[in-house]
Write a protein that binds this ligand. Structure first.
Ligand code: SDX
Length: 425
């Protein structure tokens, strides 16, 4: 451990040297391994708000400046000029693909789109009322049994096959889950459509409007990765035990589903529909500010962004274009969302806490304009994020420093006491 000059001084004056790990961008990290032996104290950091759980080279977020980069490329550049398949290659491999690499990767993913029949049977067995995120989790949990060639985290070929199979199949699984909720059978994927167009085709059975397909592709790019968010950290934690990678993805799906995380896009639309008209906005903003009310403005706030989430800004711009082009109405919700954003951002409660619209605030408006029910919004998030989950899982299993995740705790329970037989209690 090099002496970085950083020290922690314990209450008895004991000076503990802390090794500093320098970042390429953003905050450095201080290694705390020497602290417990020297001080008898752990670091306490609920929600890991100030803790770096790993090193990573995949995505960088500057929360102060509202910057998001995938392997050094600005996400808004990629959203404008790239596509989901190319960004998937970038996140998995670290570089933009050559033309030949992109062609071969696109063809490989298209060839992997069809799911094993056992996976589709598991989805079809779900009750029609089951949420599609449930079905996706079940489908991922079936995959270890049908894709043994992807099972071994220690084998680079297995890791590559797993990541390609997962990215290709997750769209087919989500579409089949949607079809099951409407009592319809799954539609087989087509190889001649690009990733997003095929996803819409598998849901609705017709070739989509190119504007709709392009909008969905951009949303998938913007949702592809986001550092050590709750679901990605869950995939890393579950994966650190050596479990089959599809099972680690299932864990990530479950974490993403929560309304504080990827489930927020569904919650935003429900909130906007409940608000109904601009005259009710004041009441809901007041509720969001009331510490005694559990209601929060869904789609607002972020653990890292203390400025605009760059994804929200891009998605807001796409909303306008999609609503204009598809003429599917729902402009009412977009107008309401814009009014809500304006009122919240002029209110000191939100300004003081640096609460801005996040990725989930506007995305549901686009998904709704594409014809998706609210229950399919989080599955769309999961499809995009599957690329990040697989990239981080592969990075973790290629990292010699990686070890099983096992945090400590601050124990506040009872001290030692003797058992009293029930007849004496
Ligand atoms: C995603 O981590 C990622 O990168 C996630 C994500 C990704 O790409 O993976 O970006 C995707 O999950 C986006 C977030 C989606 N969730 C929501 O939109 C749900 C609503 N937002 C909040 O629940 C909240 O803002 C979180 C969960 C996003 C962040 O929670 P934090 O960082 O733990 O913040 P906090 O709860 O400590 O809040 C700090 C203060 C509190 O007030 P005080 O106690 O200081 O008075 O801000 C308040 C909170 O009450 N606050 C809100 C609020 N969010 C925070 N008040 C009203 N409405 C909100 N939305």
């Amino acid at each position: 451990m090099t002496d970085s000059g950083d020290r922690l001084v314990s209450r008895d004056g004991h000076s503990v040297p802390l090794a500093r790990r320098n970042s390429v961008l953003g905050a450095d990290a201080l290694e705390l391994t020497a602290v417990p032996p020297a001080t008898g104290a752990y670091s306490y950091d609920p929600g890991y708000a100030s803790t770096a759980s790993c090193t990573s080279r995949i995505t960088y977020v500057d929360g102060e400046k509202g910057v998001l980069m995938y392997r050094g490329y600005a996400a808004d550049d990629l959203a404008r000029h790239s596509n989901f398949t190319e960004v998937s290659w970038l996140l998995l491999n670290g570089e933009l693909p050559s033309h030949a690499e992109l062609q071969s990767f696109s063809e490989e993913l298209a060839g992997l789109r069809a799911c094993a029949p056992e996976v589709l049977e598991a989805i079809a067995a779900m009750p029609a009322g089951a949420h599609p995120m449930s079905a996706m989790t079940v489908a991922l949990s079936v995959m270890p049994a049908v894709y043994p060639e992807c099972a071994n985290p220690g084998d680079a070929d297995h890791r590559r096959r797993f990541s390609h199979r997962a990215i290709a199949n997750v769209a087919t699984v989500a579409a089949a889950a949607y079809r099951n909720t409407i009592g319809e059978t799954a539609i087989a994927p087509r190889h001649d459509l690009d990733y997003a167009a095929n996803l819409l085709y598998m849901m609705f059975g017709e070739e989509p409007n190119p504007v709709a397909a392009r909008a969905l592709d951009t949303l998938l790019v913007l949702h592809a990765d986001h550092e050590q968010n709750c679901s990605t950290s869950t995939v890393r934690m579950a994966g650190s035990s050596g479990v089959n990678p599809f099972s680690a993805l299932a864990a990530g799906c479950i974490a993403l589903w929560g309304p504080a995380h990827g489930g927020a896009n569904e919650a935003v639309i429900k909130m906007l529909e409940e608000i109904g008209t601009s005259k009710n906005i004041g009441e809901y903003v007041a509720r969001a500010k009331d510490p005694g009310d559990s209601f929060r403005l869904m789609g607002f706030g972020h653990r890292v962004y203390k400025n605009f989430d760059p994804r929200a800004t891009i998605i807001r711009g796409i909303c306008h274009e999609v609503l204009q082009e598809l003429k599917t109405g729902k402009g009412r919700l977009f107008t309401l969302a814009r009014q809500l954003e304006e009122i919240a951002l002029s209110d000191n409660y939100f300004k003081d806490r640096r609460l801005y619209p996040n990725v989930d605030f506007y995305s549901g408006i686009i998904y709704r304009a594409l014809g998706l029910p609210a229950t399919m919004f989080t599955p769309m998030f999961a499809i995009g994020r599957t690329v990040g989950w697989t990239a981080h899982w592969c990075e973790m299993h290629s990292d010699p420093e990686s070890r099983i995740g096992r945090p400590r705790q601050l124990y506040l329970g009872p001290t030692a006491r003797s058992y009293t037989p029930v007849e004496k209690r």
